[in-house]
Write a protein that binds this ligand. Structure first.
Ligand code: NAG
Ligand code: NAG
Ligand code: NAG
Ligand code: NAG
Length: 441
């Protein structure tokens, strides 16, 4: 070989390498095929036919990068081939799939549309109720169509009877393929065999599940709170409130472990079947302690406790700062200093923070200071709150107004304000109610 030929050959080789490196890839068109059925496996190959590696393969579905999941895998077989596989085809996989291949020379794409043939009868996914449902809980099941051509009509039956959306039970179509049945507060009447039936133009399918409530009926109490800004001489009250369980209930109050019967200045009253109220007419140093409410019924019991702690009061009297440790002295001064009516002061109230849909909630707006008569008004997000559907407002005594939401739902969320007015002025306190949804999928 002459040196000239050798150099020319080397040059040609370099030119070929450089040239081919500059060639952008070409891809073989891929096709998902037709007559695809729900549940089957499909796989397509993105195969480079022209171009020099290294290549980068990227898969898109409707313009967004495909991420691997339980049902979708992407495997690069070798330098030239990338495989996209859908292990279990469902309606959610329908879309326009694109493979993009990039090298130094540029990039190219191929696309194909995956569209499941949905000519068949609907198929429903089996559903079940929770096995640990207790009375008062919220339960939801979902009837999900996994195969078939929309539109679908959903119907729910209980023990063979068409189920109407009634108080406490509702169902709604959450999307084209799903209907959810919600029992906002499970009770003994909720037990039964529930069936979801789905119909489309071609046919129908149905699935059933049996709901069986553990009828424990044990009481469950709302937590207790005393005011944190409690001062000597104030009136204080707390409610021991049953959230759910079967009446009749027996209420017992304890202070530091001792029964709270017949203690001077403390009274206990049952305000209704679900509620007992402890009233301390004038808080003093002796009132400090750990208060427990215990509620029992034949099925069981529950108890909640709260610690009361009174603040000492500094009172500026004739230029001297004195700390009054007893209610008596404080009251002497207060009552001599205040001739007329005093404006009300309300105790702050709280909604349960473990409130779930369907629960019964109740808060009390209690005046701890000031002269009756008082006028109570309730607002929600600044708007007057009326006695409507699930809300009732009751004055339980001269000092207290009780707001009851018989079944908490999403609409119950909001900022609730109690405003109390007397001839001398007014006070108001607010609390936020926020329901936890318990959606189980
Ligand atoms: C699929 O996506 C590709 C790339 O975005 C686009 O060029 C093509 O027109 C799309 N095909 C259909 C049927 O929408
Ligand atoms: C529930 O109802 C369905 C439909 O009527 C029926 O096929 C099924 O056997 C019932 N299940 C039970 C446990 O009763
Ligand atoms: C209050 O009493 C209850 C029940 O007796 C007890 O479980 C709790 O630990 C007590 N709390 C405090 C802070 O002493
Ligand atoms: C609730 O409403 C009261 C009275 O309108 C207002 O003062 C308070 O800031 C509100 N709280 C929240 C968290 O929005």
């Amino acid at each position: 070989m002459s040196p000239v030929l050798f150099v020319n050959g080397l040059f040609l080789l370099c030119w070929i390498i450089n040239y081919s490196e500059a060639i952008k890839p070409e891809i073989h068109a891929f096709h998902f095929g037709r007559m695809l059925k729900s549940g089957q496996r499909v796989s397509v190959m993105c195969a480079v036919t022209v171009g020099q590696p290294p290549f980068t393969f990227t898969w898109f579905k409707d313009g967004t990068v495909v991420s691997e999941s339980e049902t979708v895998t992407i495997r690069n077989i070798d330098e030239f081939n990338s495989n996209l596989a859908i292990i279990k085809l469902g309606p959610e996989h329908n879309g326009n799939y694109t493979c993009r291949v990039t090298n130094n020379g540029g990039s190219s794409e191929q696309s194909d549309v995956l569209s499941m043939m949905e000519t068949g009868e609907p198929k429903i996914k089996p559903f079940q109720f929770s096995t640990d449902i207790n009375l008062g809980m919220r339960e939801a099941v979902h009837c999900i169509v996994t195969y078939g051509e929309p539109p679908f009509e959903f119907m729910w039956f209980k023990d063979g009877q068409l189920l109407e959306s009634i108080r406490g039970i509702s169902y709604r179509k959450t999307d084209e393929f799903m209907s959810s049945l919600v029992i906002s507060k499970v009770d003994a009447d909720s037990n039964g065999n529930y069936t979801c039936r789905v119909t489309n133009l071609v046919g129908s399918d149905q699935k059933s599940a049996v709901l069986s409530v553990k009828d424990s009926g044990e009481p469950k109490l709302k937590s207790l709170h005393f005011s944190s800004e409690l001062e000597l001489g104030m009136r204080e009250s707390v409610h021991c409130h049953v959230l759910y369980g079967d009446p009749p209930f027996e209420f017992l109050w304890f202070k530091d472990g001792k029964s709270l019967l017949d203690v001077q200045g403390i009274s206990v009253r049952k305000t209704d079947d679900y509620d007992s109220k402890l009233i301390i007419s004038k808080v003093d140093a002796d009132s400090n302690g750990n208060y427990t409410c215990r509620v029992s019924n034949p099925k069981g019991f529950d108890e909640k406790w709260a610690v009361l702690s009174v603040k000492g009061v500094f009172c500026n009297l004739f230029g001297m700062n004195l700390l009054f440790g007893t209610a008596t002295v404080f009251y002497l001064i207060v009552s001599s200093a205040l001739a007329g009516a005093e404006e009300p002061k309300i105790k702050s109230f709280h909604f349960s923070n473990d409130l779930e849909l369907g629960m019964r909630e109740s808060v009390h707006c209690s005046v701890r200071y000031g002269n009756p008569p008082f006028e109570f008004s309730w607002l929600k997000d600044g708007q007057p709150l009326m006695d409507v559907r699930d809300i009732s407002i009751r004055k339980t005594d001269d000092y207290t107004s009780n707001l009851i939401i018989s079944k908490v739902d999403a609409d119950s969320n909001g900022n609730y304000t109690c405003k109390v007015t007397n001839s001398a002025g007014f006070d108001q306190k607010s609390a936020m109610l926020s329901v936890k949804g318990r959606l189980k999928l």
